[in-house]
Design a protein around this ligand. Structure first.
Ligand code: KG4
Ligand code: ZN
Length: 503
């Protein structure tokens, strides 16, 4: 049953309404508007307000001391007509959930000795009396009872985590229990971008907004769990398209606050690496990871999934998938270009045209050993097509597609193998939508075999952007007892891969 009030985080616009209740509830020792303003806007404060039909009916505030893993309930007030309805309990539960999210192990509060209703509520929430401060409340001359609640640690062996990913054009909601995949539902807005030949950020953001709830409901139905059972929410907060990320981040925060569950802000790229856990139960480290999609081309050295991820190199211009999409356009093929080029290339000769390999010359290998560049290749293909067209010759699309694909694959695999050999890492993990490319899989397997490197390619539904990989990282963080993220995090389009979790 839905509650007749809505609770949200307070801001300075709530000040007047709060002061009205403050005077009503604590006439003899009410705070001044100035002190209340300080509270509402202060660092490490968490103030919430409850509205019923647009009228403020209660508020509560927490003071956090994260360095000592403690917090204090600063105040809690409920308008007389809203008492006895469970609102006080709801406000307290929100404060305690925030304390848990902030990695606090204990919450303290003071209560008037003559307020037995409040004491009963606190006892039922797990508080115990630890001290009495004589004649603390003046001018009434009433003692204060000091109470403390010990909070459960976040660590849980097999947490049930819901993950949201909205960094590009896929709206992904995944649910995992520990390392077990329960649901991986993806809604893609790719069709909406087809006529533009690439992802349009504003269109993607709007599509996320429409897709999020249906995707969430389908994931819950597939996993056969209810929102109340979820232990934590995880969300990709970067890197990616800012407007698109914002939709997922907003939804995840709303779930975290309304369900009173901790939230983990997770790095999207690290998600692509961690997804291997869902197939193998663990991620073997160290591993080199090559992530190739429409938005990124990155080479990572992962020594430890949660603590030590290093960016070895990335594209200095176009992403690999973007190159496929742009070249497909030049060849008059449909969007997305990758699958179309793959198809056309099957009939072509990969050695018919020698296209340039970006950043593979000895001088480039010194400065950009693990970096990629595909814009020169794209231009070379465009020029090749243009020359043939001006001469009135037919463009051998299968040969151009096969030769282009060969150039991309050669560079991707060569640099990934170099990274493995240089760092003496006998493992290579692939991720991202371009991994669907047949030639890439073939060449990667062949060169890994030649060099004694174990190749891991997760199922394609886990390679493209998805919420399950984000949930998998969230579950790892929670199982390791890591503090959840505070609600202050935002969408970070250029989040570095070294930040596995935004605090
Ligand atoms: O990871 P992904 O689904 O999401 C985004 O980056 O948005 O990757 C999509 C990219 C597109 O650029 C698409 O052209 C490319 O992956 N792609 C492929 C293949 N299938 C998809 N590229 C090469 N070969 C393919 N078979
Ligand atoms: Zn991705």
């Amino acid at each position: 049953m839905s509650k007749p009030w809505a609770i949200r985080i307070a801001d300075e616009n709530d000040l007047d309404a709060i002061m009205e209740i403050e005077h009503e509830c604590f006439s003899s020792d009410a705070w001044s508007a100035d002190s209340m303003y300080e509270e509402l806007t202060g660092a490490e404060k968490y103030y919430i307000v409850a509205y019923r039909n647009e009228h403020l009916v209660g508020y509560a505030g927490l003071n956090k001391l994260p360095t000592v893993h403690q917090s204090e309930v600063q105040t809690i007030a409920v308008r007389p007509e809203a008492r006895g309805t469970g609102l006080g309990r709801d406000l307290m539960e929100h404060l305690m959930a925030e304390a848990v999210r902030s990695d606090c192990r204990e919450v303290f509060l003071e209560v008037r000795a003559d307020n037995s209703v409040a004491q009963k509520l606190y006892l039922s929430l797990g508080f115990e009396q630890i001290d009495v401060r004589k004649r603390y409340y003046q001018p009434d001359d009433v003692d204060a009872i000091v109470m403390r609640a010990q909070l459960p640690s976040q660590a849980k062996a097999e947490p049930l985590v819901l993950g949201i990913e909205s960094s590009c054009d896929e709206t992904g909601v995944g649910i995992v229990r520990g390392t077990t995949l329960l649901a991986n539902v993806i809604s893609s807005s790719m069709d909406l971008h087809a006529r533009f030949g690439g992802v349009v950020p504003e269109v993607a953001a709007r599509a996320h907004l429409e897709a999020l709830l249906p995707t969430l409901h389908e994931a819950l139905a597939t996993a056969k769990v209810s929102l109340e059972e979820i232990d934590a929410v995880a969300v990709a907060n970067g890197p990616g398209l800012a407007g698109a990320l914002m939709v997922g981040v907003g939804a995840a925060k709303a779930l975290s606050v309304s369900l009173n569950k901790p939230i983990y802000a997770v790095n999207h790229l690290v998600g692509h690496v961690g997804v291997d856990i869902l197939e193998r139960g663990e991620l073997e480290t160290p591993t080199i990871a090559l992530l190739v999609s429409g938005g990124h081309t990155s080479l990572l050295l992962v020594r430890d999934l949660l603590d030590d991820v290093e960016l070895l190199g990335e594209t200095i211009d176009d992403a690999a998938g973007e190159a496929f999409d742009k070249v497909a356009r030049v060849l008059g093929l449909k969007y997305p270009g990758g699958p179309e080029i793959d198809k056309a290339a099957a009939e072509g000769d990969p050695n018919s045209i020698r296209f340039p390999r970006g950043l593979m010359l000895p001088k480039d290998m010194e400065k950009h050993r693990y970096d990629f560049s595909f814009s020169g290749l794209k231009t070379a293909v465009a020029r090749h097509v243009e020359v043939l067209t001006t001469k009135g010759e037919e463009v051998p699309i299968p040969d151009v597609a096969a030769s282009f694909r060969e150039a991309v694959v050669d560079v991707l695999v060569s640099k990934a193998i170099a990274a493995c050999l240089d760092h003496k890492v006998p493992r290579l993990l692939l991720g991202g939508g371009v991994i669907a490319n047949r030639r890439l899989r073939e060449v990667a397997q062949q060169r890994c075999d030649e060099n004694g490197i174990e190749l891991r390619i997760p199922a394609l539904s886990l390679c493209t952007d998805n919420g399950a990989m984000i949930a998998a990282i969230g579950a790892q963080l929670m199982a390791a007892g890591r503090a959840p993220s505070s609600l202050a995090f935002g969408a970070e389009s250029t989040l570095p891969v070294t930040t596995v979790q935004t605090p």
